[in-house]
Design a protein around this ligand. Structure first.
Ligand SMILES: [Ca+2]
Length: 94
């Protein structure tokens, strides 16, 4: 018996097989790229930005409903002063 290494005598030994494998890699890379590009777009439904709110009050309400300063999963309060989206109309002046 010749050990546990089976010889590689498949039908895919010529240049045509190499091309086929190359095409397969391109498809895999394209799919990977599509996933990377689609990722942020898909996440847009979940993540909210200040630009998603018509005014400061609705942004602030959403921010407080989502944990406020303690959590702020949407990063609406970047400077962490408890006031979300100061750039929106209706935001309190400091
Ligand atoms: Ca703030």
């Amino acid at each position: 018996m010749g050990g546990g290494r089976p010889a590689q005598h498949g039908p895919c030994a010529g240049a045509g097989c190499g091309l086929l494998r190359q095409a397969g890699e391109v498809v895999v890379r394209a799919a990977l790229l599509a996933t990377l590009l689609a990722g942020p777009a898909l996440a847009q439904g979940a993540d909210r930005d200040c630009a998603d709110f018509p005014d400061w009050e609705s942004a602030q309400r959403f921010y407080l409903q989502n944990g406020g300063l303690a959590r702020d999963p949407h990063r609406l309060d970047r400077d962490r002063d408890g006031i979300a989206c100061v750039s929106l109309p209706g935001a309190p002046r400091r």
